[in-house]
Design a protein around this ligand. Structure first.
Ligand code: BDR
Ligand code: CA
Length: 325
């Protein structure tokens, strides 16, 4: 029997979905890496990093640190852009600390970045397997926009782009804008303006993915080094979300974008047109969302709700699988 033959009476498991995760770790980016690496429905081809929550040097170090703690010794990490396309970099030390991933004791990574730029890494992975690779972006969209400019063919070769960013409701940096889009609105305008399918997991849905103390205890109960690391991240994230955003429990925004690839049925999404405000004096970075009727053919889809319990079950299963993958 070949791999492709179905066992009679049993559903063939779908092949894992190949992704490149473009991120700026970042507490919730770290959880996104763990989910992507530990969930068997996702094939993590590599991690690309960009300036956002902290400088690209720090976010790259942090990605390598997560890979090290999670035992992902073969993971490719490629460093990318050190600033937005046109603007000065805004970082988020109030939420993520001076290191970009404050909380756990410092890690000396044994995983190191690969040679070459994240933009070329992204292009290479998409063009190697036309129609198969999904780009999951959980950071300012600078790398993704530049990849599109450098190799426009990725617009038709990519399977899908899934981003954590934006909101159809209120922002978190300003009343209008969410952090990832606020930092590089010109890049976001390029990404949302391109002829490829984009699914946006914005604050409206990621604020439903909060990590309660009960959920955190389930992660801690796994007992492995990576699970302990995750709980240390969540402790810090809880303290800053309470102080800066008046939220009782921290939302692990970025894991939502990976979870959508692993299991789209965890989310409700609606067809929409998303346009980026780049000029507004007070609204720069706003994701202006026009919903379309259910079933309409649309290039953009926007997450509206999450099955929270099932989402956390998936994240916890993935963290538990790390170290044994
Ligand atoms: C987004 O901003 C960053 O601080 C988080 O990592 C997430 O990607 C939430 O607005
Ligand atoms: Ca992020």
């Amino acid at each position: 029997m070949t791999d492709g033959d179905a066992v009679p009476g049993r559903m063939a498991a779908a092949a894992p979905r190949p992704i490149v995760l473009d991120c700026d770790p970042g507490h919730d980016d770290a959880l996104a890496i763990m989910l992507a690496a530990g969930d068997p429905r996702v094939d993590l081809l590599g991690v690309t990093t960009v300036a956002g929550n902290q400088t690209v040097e720090k976010t790259t170090h942090n990605a390598c640190a997560v890979a090290t703690v999670a035992g992902l010794t073969g993971l490719d990490v490629a460093a990318g852009c050190d600033r937005p396309l046109l603007r000065e970099l805004t970082t988020a030390p109030g939420i993520h600390g001076a290191s970009g991933m404050d909380g756990p004791p410092p890690v000396a990574p044994s995983v190191h970045p690969v040679q070459g730029h994240a933009v070329d890494f992204l292009i290479g992975k998409v063009m190697e397997a036309p129609g198969e690779v999904t780009i999951v972006a959980t950071a300012p969209l600078t790398n993704v926009a530049l990849a599109l400019r450098r190799e426009p063919a990725i617009a038709t070769a990519v399977r899908e782009v899934v981003i954590m960013g934006g909101a159809f409701g209120r922002g978190n940096v300003t009343p209008a804008a969410e952090f990832n889009i606020f930092v590089d609105p010109e890049a976001a305008a390029i990404v949302f303006g391109a002829p490829w399918p984009v699914t946006m997991m914005g604050l409206d849905v990621t604020h439903q993915a909060t990590c309660t103390r009960e959920t955190q205890a389930r992660i801690g109960a796994i007992g492995s080094p990576v699970a302990t690391f995750a709980t240390q991240l969540i402790d810090y994230f809880r303290s800053t979300y309470r102080r800066e955003q008046s939220m009782e429990d921290p939302p692990v925004h970025d894991a939502c974008a990976v979870a959508y690839v692993a299991d789209p049925s965890l989310f409700n999404v609606r067809p929409a047109l998303v346009e980026i405000e780049t000029k507004g004096e007070r609204t720069s970075g706003m994701t202006v969302t026009t919903f379309m009727p259910e079933g309409a053919s649309a290039r953009h889809h926007v997450g509206t709700s999450l099955r929270r319990e099932a989402f956390w079950d998936a994240v916890i299963r993935a963290i538990a699988a790390l170290g044994s993958v």
